[in-house]
Design a protein around this ligand. Structure first.
Ligand SMILES: [Zn+2]
Length: 342
């Protein structure tokens, strides 16, 4: 098969469009012919590498994908060759205490497709059958691939972990990015009042089309003060902060007493300081999570199929154009998912 490989970490130049042996499904696994793979910011980190990362080279990136089942392994009964499916990139063993409790995204052997295991930047990928979900006939591959990781992640954070309720107020820090745009839609769907702080008017306009109720332009002054004024000095019930450095102290100001701050990442860097007095004097719950469970995946994807959520797509590139696609992911001003179509 053709795939995008790299043999060492580095810049765009390490990405190669080349031949690689087509993976074959073992017991309980399915082989999926990829029709659309969606890119995530994580892919840049994987390509660049980090201290301690251990990969089997050549590596193939890609956590998100959708396609057609092209072969099945022994013991697979729920799927047939020809089924249209979307892939859940969370790999778990299905047997540890967390998996048995339905918390498979906390699996002791958890791994993410494309991060430490060869992923979807390829014509074919093999995954356990429990990691695919059938697509309705009418639903396009690119939308499914674009939705899966970010909507599952946002759903797990806001609904499963954050217990967001109708009538609550939510502040989302950042108007761009896949998880934030998914969070806006999910918070609105849950019946919350959605505040979004963004870096410019264009991004805020897009946030508004996704359902944001109150738009705050970051360039117009300290946004935690704006929230304070807009909420009659109360603060919001929930803050979604996936930025981190520079924003977390402001998020702690913007959240109400007894409120929750949700985080699934840190786009501005992993280490930052905050004043711990905010945590205890305001009774703040700081709630972290990553990815989502299989239940979250099935739940949120059903809503995506029903048209409740619209994953925006920025651009589609042929598989062999992966360097250009990565360049856009790394440097471009993009909105929505970048898709590779093998
Ligand atoms: Zn497990």
């Amino acid at each position: 098969m053709k795939a995008i490989l790299f043999h060492q970490h580095g810049g765009l130049e390490v990405l190669e469009y080349a031949e690689f042996p087509t993976p074959q499904p073992g017991p309980g696994q399915v082989q999926v012919q990829i029709k659309a793979a969606a890119m995530n910011r994580l892919d840049i980190f994987v390509r660049n590498g980090w201290p301690g990362i251990k990969l089997e080279y050549p590596h193939i990136m890609g956590a998100d994908g959708a396609g057609i089942i092209s072969a099945i392994g022994d013991g697979v009964t729920q799927f047939n060759v020809g089924d249209r499916v979307v892939i859940d990139g969370n790999l778990s063993d299905g047997t540890c205490e967390f998996c048995l409790a339905g918390q498979d995204n906390m699996c002791l052997k958890w791994a993410l497709l494309g991060e430490t295991v060869r992923g979807t930047y390829a014509e074919y990928v093999v995954v356990p059958d429990r990691n695919v979900l059938k697509l309705p006939d009418y639903f396009p591959f690119d939308r499914a691939a674009a939705a899966s990781l970010v909507f599952m992640t946002a759903w797990h954070s806001l609904i499963t972990r954050g217990q967001l309720q109708a009538g609550e107020s939510v502040l989302i820090v950042g108007a761009g990015g896949g998880v934030n745009t998914a969070s806006i839609q999910i918070a609105k769907y849950a019946g919350a009042k959605v505040y979004v702080v963004g870096s410019n008017a264009e991004k805020l306009k897009r946030a508004e089309t996704l359902g944001a109720d109150v738009l705050i332009d970051r360039s117009q002054g300290e946004w935690s003060k704006a929230i304070f004024q807009l909420t009659q000095r109360r603060g919001v019930d929930v803050v979604v902060d996936n930025v981190g450095a520079g924003t977390m102290p402001l998020s702690m100001r913007a959240v109400r007493k007894g409120g929750r701050i949700l985080t699934v990442g840190n786009t501005s860097g992993p280490k930052f300081e905050f004043d711990n007095r905010f945590i205890f004097t305001k009774h703040i719950a700081l709630i972290g999570s990553t990815m989502g469970t299989r239940t979250d995946f099935a739940t949120v994807m059903r809503l995506v199929f029903e048209g409740k959520f619209a994953p925006p797509i920025d651009a589609t590139f042929a598989l062999k154009e992966a360097r250009r696609a990565h360049e856009r992911l790394e440097h471009g001003e993009f909105f929505g998912k970048i898709i590779l179509a093998p």
